[in-house]
Design a protein around this ligand. Sequence first.
Ligand SMILES: Nc1ncnc2c1ncn2[C@@H]1O[C@H](COP(=O)(O)OP(=O)(O)O)[C@@H](O)[C@H]1O
Ligand SMILES: [Mg+2]
Length: 239
Amino acid sequence: MALLEIDNLHVYYGHIHALKGISLTVDKGEIVTLIGGNGAGKTTTLRTISGTLRAPAGSAVRLNGQELHRLRANQVVEQGVIHVPEGRRVFSRMSVLENLEMGSFARKDKSGMGRDLDYIFNLFPRLKERRSQLAGTLSGGEQQMLAMGRGLMADPKILLMDEPSMGLAPVLVEAIFDTIVELNRDRGIAVLLVEQNALMALQVANRGYVLETGRIVLAGPASELQANPQVKEAYLGGA
Ligand SMILES: Nc1ncnc2c1ncn2[C@@H]1O[C@H](COP(=O)(O)OP(=O)(O)O)[C@@H](O)[C@H]1O
Ligand SMILES: [Mg+2]
């Protein structure tokens, strides 16, 4: 059984049919990427999984076979499904440490918090140095690290990451993607990675799905998608 399963998901914004029946799975321990251009429906997909948007009748989101789509957003967090949103959304008037503490409000084993904080500071030494600094004064890359760290403090089974590379210099993008691989390997945390940066995302993922205007048009192992002429043409600059 898949860890996360989306089955025939339709989402409407008024008359706009943003997701037209998408289905996908993420297995335990996997990194899966959902790639697609601007407006394809990537963020809508993540917002539906995390319970910010409601899945209509006939659509289902399941975690280990249990229906997730009937839960409220805070209950989805308690199940270990953690959304790291587009544009980071850190609490800018709070310190780095306070932001990390906010991430842990829903977790059940409070005893693991100290260990996880150590793990996060080890993963991102920058955050450790800046633990007392206001989050709003961090650079874009540091805010992305903080958003990921805050997600990790919730003790996730799966991280839903929305365009972590957006607006970052290439060297920072590489560092963020290396960290995704590291936390997946060290902790077995599954990742659903939403990206416009298909080249980087397919390098770190096990499998991928290509989303175009609300439909999944291609799916397969990341290596196959990297070699696929259609993907190369549309997303990898013909490289
Ligand atoms: N709150 C909203 N109200 C109306 N339309 C929306 C809203 N959010 C997204 N959309 C539309 O839904 C489609 C998918 O958007 P989105 O999921 O944000 O795409 P992506 O994250 O892939 O760029 C787009 O056509 C977008 O304009
Ligand atoms: Mg988006």
